[in-house]
Design a protein. Structure first.
Length: 317
């Protein structure tokens, strides 16, 4: 088996000595994978994305991209590393400078990375065609293009660097359903065409279900369940994953009727609960859960679960 393209190995991130934003996160992405990350705000999803793009260094553990750690690549070849991993931003319009034409915005990374100009221009033209962006967009300012076009400009800006990995944090937030569908189709086409690898964060469970192959569910800085997406949505094993997914309007009405409503807010990462971090809200917690932290263990079906009493995968739905 070939080595994974991206490997998080026991990554922890602690801010200011007390805020444990990530705790012991291990994850792998093979080339061409689309991995979804879900969890409430404050679960560590965005921190994990920032670790991969090199904006937040791990306090312990390491992240590798290809054969070398991200930290080493940032030290030795920062520009080359920044080409390999690109971020798709949530607010595409706000990320475009209002005083620069789209053409200048797209030319900027080409200049910074000193890509051969003629080649980069040809590539940009091909990408714009592929994205259905008319060439006259290049002469326009951000306020003169539509929201959908602005998203595509964001994608073009990422792709012109020929990245291997795209980190997409809520890429469809705020889009209406048809533009959302277009963007997702585009992401899938590009993944097939260029064997791109995606780490995709979304609160929209339909988006996750539609485009990802695997999903990791996060709670208070930890992965609590990771599984093939279809299997996870069908039968979540971790009580938190089950509660989160039961809010998805796309699941069948019988299961929706059994929707699990979580009590209370997500606790603070400054002072997480003892034992299992989810025990203060878990509908099936036992006394052991408050004192003994569960490990993330394999549970068959390429699934990992962090729970002393996971739901059975054989249960009737
Ligand atoms: Fe619930 Fe206990 Fe499992 Fe934690 S370990 S999710 S509290 S059953």
């Amino acid at each position: 088996m070939s080595a994974p393209l991206v490997r998080f190995d026991k990554v922890s991130v602690v801010f200011g000595g007390t805020v444990r934003a990530l705790q012991d996160v291990s994850l792998e992405l093979d080339k061409g994978d689309i991995l979804g990350l879900v969890g409430e705000s404050g679960s560590g999803k965005t921190t994990l994305c920032r670790v991969l793009i090199g904006l937040t260094p791990p306090t312990s553990g390491s992240v590798t991209l290809g054969a070398q750690s991200v930290a080493q690549q940032l030290r030795e070849q920062p520009l080359a590393f920044r080409r390999r991993v690109q971020m798709l931003l949530q607010d595409a319009v706000a990320s475009l400078s209002p005083r620069m034409t789209i053409g200048r915005t797209l030319a900027e990374p080409i200049a910074i990375h000193q890509l051969p100009e003629a080649q980069a221009r040809d590539r940009l033209r091909a990408i714009m065609d592929r994205l259905g962006l008319p060439q006259d967009v290049l002469g326009k300012f951000p306020h003169q293009i539509s929201g959908g076009q602005a998203r595509r400009v964001g994608v073009a800006r990422a792709l012109v660097m020929q990245p291997e990995v795209i980190v997409a944090d809520e890429p469809t937030a705020g889009l209406d359903v048809s533009v959302q569908g277009e963007l997702l189709n585009l992401m899938l086409d590009l993944q097939r065409e260029f064997a791109l690898t995606y780490l995709l964060v979304s609160h929209n469970l339909n988006v996750i279900r539609r485009v990802t192959q695997r999903t990791a569910v996060m709670y208070l800085g930890q992965i609590v369940e990771e599984a093939p997406t279809a299997a996870l949505f069908e039968r979540p094993a971790h009580p938190y994953a089950a509660a989160l997914l039961s809010t998805n309007p796309a699941i069948d009405p019988a299961r929706r009727a059994r929707r699990i409503v979580l009590q209370g807010e997500i606790p603070s990462v400054v002072n997480p609960p003892s034992g299992c971090r989810f025990h203060t809200r878990c509908p099936v917690a036992q006394p052991r859960c408050a004192v003994e932290e569960p490990a993330l263990v394999e549970l068959g079906e390429a699934r990992r679960v962090r729970c002393h009493f996971p739901y059975s995968l054989d249960r009737a739905r």
